[in-house]
Write a protein that binds this ligand. Structure first.
Ligand code: CP3
Length: 353
C-alpha cells in the first residue's frame, strides 16, 4: 500500500477488485473473468460505431476509443475493461507508416529490414501518447471500481509485422534477420520495446490498473532463440513501468514451452492459450504464479452444454494455481454470439471458488 501513496495515478478504487486481487495472487469470493478482444466485431454496437472510421483513427479518437472500451463491460459484466487500441498504435505514433487492413491485419507502408531502415527510426517521444492518456482517463472515470487493463505488443510480435511488412505465417524473414544480422535485430527490438514500453507507461500513468504484454507470435520461436534474442527486449519494454506498481500479465499463443522464460522477463501473471491444461501450466511455473486463461475460442460456437462442461473443466484445472483469472485461450472470434459471452460470465461468477 505504501507504493500506492507514492503513485497517486494508480487508482486505489480498483485495488480490492476480484481481478487485481487475483493478479496479486489472492483468491476472492468470485472468480474474475474478461475476454481478449472483448471489444470488437462480435458486438453490434461496436460495428455501428465503426462503419465509417478506420481502425487506427478510432484508436486515436479518445471519446470513441473510450466508448468502445466500455461497451463489453456494460453488456457482459466482465471484471475488467481492456483499452480499445492496437499493438501497432505506438509504432504508428512513433512515425512508422502502418494501417490495419480489415480481414488481414497490420500492413506496413515500407517493411523495416535493413540497418539503414532501423537507423532511420526516431527515438520515442512520450508526448505522442496524449490521445491514449485521454482515452484512458475518460474510461477509468466511467469504470469506477472496475479495473482497466492497459496493453502492448511485445517486441517480437511487433518486429514480426515490421520486418515482414504484414501478417505472415511463420515469420520467416524476422527469424532470418535475427540470425543473419543480430546487431540490426537488437536495434530494431530495442526501438520497438521503447515504443511499447512508453505506450504501457502512458496507460498506467493515466489510470490503468494492470497491463498485459501480448507476444502472440512467440510460439514460432525456439526456447534458445527466445531467451537469447527476444527476452532481453521484452524485459526492456516492461522496465518502462519501473516505479509503477501494477500487475503485469504476459501472454503468448502456442508458447507453452516458453512459459517459464516468458515469466522470467518480469511478469507477475502468465496467460495460457487453449493448448496446454492450466494444471500443466501451473506445474511448469512451480505452483507460485497466478494464471489466466484458457477457454478454447472454438467452443464459443459449440452447443451450450459442451461449452459449459469445458468452462467447468478449465476452472477445475485452475484450482491448483495460487489464483486464476478466467479468459479465452486467444481472442473472441468476430462471429461469436455476444449472448454466449454474457452467459459465460454469469456461469463463471456462479461457480464456487
Ligand atoms: O482485447 C481487446 O478488446 C482490446 C483491443 C485489442 C485489439 N487488438 C483491437 C483490434 C487488442 C488487445 C489487440 C491486440 C493485437 N492486435 C494483437 C495481439 C493479440 C492477439 O490477438 O494475438 C495483434 C496480433 C494485433 C494485430 C491485429 N490488429 C490483427 C491481427 C487484427 C485483425 C485484422 C482483421 O480484420 O482480422 C487487428 C485489428 C483489430 N485490433 C481489430 C480490433 C477490434 C479488428 C478491427 C475491425 O473491427 O475491423
Amino acid at each position: 500500500r505504501a507504493s500506492l501513496a507514492n503513485h497517486p495515478m494508480i487508482d486505489g478504487r480498483t485495488q480490492d477488485s476480484p481481478l487485481i486481487r487475483a493478479y496479486r495472487g489472492q483468491r476472492a469470493d468470485t472468480l474474475p473473468v474478461w475476454f481478449m478482444r472483448q471489444a470488437g466485431r462480435s458486438l453490434p454496437e461496436y460495428r455501428a460505431l465503426r462503419t465509417d472510421v478506420a481502425m487506427l483513427d478510432a484508436c486515436l479518437d479518445p471519446a470513441l476509443a473510450s466508448e468502445i472500451t466500455l461497451q463489453p463491460v456494460r453488456r457482459h459484466g466482465v471484471d475488467a475493461g481492456i483499452l480499445f487500441s492496437d499493438i501497432v498504435v505506438p509504432v504508428k505514433l512513433g512515425g512508422v507508416g502502418v494501417e490495419i487492413v480489415p480481414g488481414r491485419g497490420p500492413v506496413l507502408e515500407h517493411p523495416i529490414r535493413s540497418a539503414s531502415d532501423v537507423a532511420a527510426l526516431r527515438p520515442i517521444d512520450p508526448d505522442v501518447f496524449s490521445p491514449i492518456r485521454e482515452a484512458v482517463a475518460l474510461t477509468v472515470a466511467e469504470l469506477g471500481s472496475t479495473p482497466l487493463i492497459g496493453f502492448a505488443g511485445a517486441p517480437f510480435t511487433l518486429a514480426a509485422y515490421l520486418v515482414e511488412g504484414g501478417p505472415s505465417r511463420d515469420h520467416l524473414r524476422a527469424r532470418t534477420l535475427m540470425h543473419s544480422d543480430p546487431h540490426t535485430w537488437a536495434a530494431l527490438m530495442n526501438w520497438v520495446a521503447d515504443a511499447s514500453g512508453e505506450f504501457l507507461r502512458a496507460q498506467v500513468e493515466a489510470g490503468a490498473s494492470a497491463v498485459q504484454l501480448f507476444d502472440s507470435w512467440a510460439g514460432s520461436l525456439s526456447v534458445e532463440d527466445y531467451v537469447r534474442r527476444v527476452a532481453p527486449h521484452s524485459r526492456r519494454a516492461l522496465d518502462h513501468l519501473r516505479g509503477l506498481d501494477v500487475p503485469k500479465v504476459h501472454f503468448g499463443v502456442g508458447a507453452g514451452d516458453l512459459l517459464e522464460a516468458m515469466y522470467g522477463v518480469g511478469a507477475d501473471v502468465m496467460g495460457v492459450d487453449w493448448r496446454m491444461p492450466l494444471s500443466e501450466a501451473n506445474r511448469r511455473l512451480g505452483g507460485r504464479t497466478p494464471i489466466q486463461g484458457n477457454i478454447d475460442p472454438a467452443l464459443l460456437a459449440a452447443p451450450w452444454p459442451v461449452l459449459e462442461a469445458h468452462v467447468r473443466a478449465v476452472v477445475d484445472a485452475g484450482r491448483a494455481a495460487p489464483a486464476h483469472v478466467v479468459n479465452l485461450g486467444h481472442g473472441v472470434p468476430p462471429d461469436t454470439d455476444p449472448d454466449t459471452l454474457t452467459r459465460l460470465v454469469e456461469l463463471v461468477h456462479s461457480l464456487p471458488q
